[in-house]
Design a binder for this molecule. Structure first.
Ligand SMILES: NC(=O)c1ccc[n+]([C@@H]2O[C@H](COP(=O)([O-])OP(=O)(O)OC[C@H]3O[C@@H](n4cnc5c(N)ncnc54)[C@H](O)[C@@H]3O)[C@@H](O)[C@H]2O)c1
Length: 316
């Protein structure tokens, strides 16, 4: 059983990961600063269940706080770091690029500096499908990465590059996981599936950017958590992996599925394509299948059904 430091453990993906780690007997330290990227009360709710475990510790703090990190590593041996804390989202990064660099690049490097001095079995970095930009699909880990389409994408690519450099220089075993549009219970409220479901439920218009033909490789949260758990166990120096569903869904199709599963009509307001958005994401997952035994199990229909049920039970 390992002691795992999860940064951003109160967020969407992090709270699910902490629960899986606790259920499987690991000790978990969640370092999260409860920033106001979205309502911090939602993050408090995300961790309510995890707080009932005795082998769970919540540290409210910032990944950029070097002395806090030093203290953390001094107080107890940490076997694994899963670094999820970040400013997420493409669109907001266009408004606030410096903050994205500060948290996503400086924050990541600050953690790598600590890990360099305190050896760990594995450092897992949350990267993103956005690093592939407008590459031809499906995206493969061996693709050369193009000009980045947003400060967010550039910050994730930089984070990966720092991981690669630290692994090379100091022998830190690192897995960079490129997540493809993750959804499911607790999804961030501004992300399309959650936002559309809420607006449709409230009888409001949904903003549809572009002509509805853009496509995303939506990946269900439990599949992502399976991939992270496998990456924790993997023996490697530095590896990048796609964690996607390998089955892109058009925006128009996504809206139809939400309508069917929720029984609500979508009032669509068509808007121009947004800067930073790409036409399609599509993961080639053969490397993850081969090296991580990764096999996504939840298709879009089942996943949206589960999400809508969760939404209806939690909307109040
Ligand atoms: N959700 C997706 O579809 C998706 C896709 C690709 C990559 N990712 C990456 O996965 C990770 C988790 O994403 P998410 O959707 O769960 O986001 P989230 O915003 O729900 O979770 C991030 C958490 O990090 C915390 N945090 C932010 N800055 C921090 C700091 N300086 N110090 C400490 N904690 C801080 C936040 O309070 C939040 O709880 C992020 O790195 C994101 O870029 C997510």
């Amino acid at each position: 059983m390992k002691t795992v430091l999860v940064t951003g453990g109160s967020g969407f993906i992090g709270s699910h990961l902490c629960e899986r780690l606790l259920e499987t007997g690991h000790t978990v330290i969640n370092l999260d600063n409860f920033n106001d990227f979205y309502d911090p009360l939602i993050k408090r709710r995300n961790i309510a269940n995890a707080l009932s475990y005795k082998n769970y510790t919540l540290i409210e703090g910032d990944i950029r706080d070097t002395s806090l990190l030093e203290q953390l590593f001094k107080n107890r041996p940490i076997d694994v770091v899963v670094h999820l804390a970040a400013l997420a989202g493409v669109r907001k990064s266009l408004e606030n690029p410096l903050e994205y660099i500060d948290v996503n690049v400086k924050g990541t490097t600050n953690l790598l500096e600590i890990v360099k001095k305190n050896s760990v079995d594995k450092f897992v970095f949350a990267s993103s499908s956005s690093v592939y930009g407008i590459n031809s699909t499906p995206f493969r880990e061996s693709d050369s990465l193009p000009v980045q389409e947003s400060p967010y994408a550039a910050s994730k690519m930089a984070g990966e590059q720092f991981c690669r450099a630290y692994s090379h220089l100091y022998g830190i075993p690192i897995a960079a996981l490129r997540f493809f549009t993750v959804y499911g219970p607790r999804q961030r409220p501004e992300m399309a599936i959650h936002n559309f479901t809420r607006l449709m439920d409230e009888g409001k218009e949904i903003p549809v950017f572009g002509d509805g033909k853009s496509a995303r490789d939506y990946t269900y949260i439990s599949d992502i958590i399976d991939g992270i758990m496998a990456a924790i166990k993997l023996k490697c120096s530095f590896e990048a992996f796609n964690l996607g569903n390998s089955s892109p869904v058009k925006l128009s199709q996504l809206i139809n599925i939400i309508e069917q599963k929720s029984g609500k009509m979508a009032l669509k307001r068509f808007m121009p394509t947004q800067k930073g958005d790409v036409a399609i994401t599509w993961a080639d997952i053969s490397k993850s299948e081969r090296m991580l035994g990764y096999k996504p199990k939840i298709g879009i229909e089942e996943g949206i059904d589960r999400f809508v049920k969760w939404y209806n039970n939690h909307k109040s």
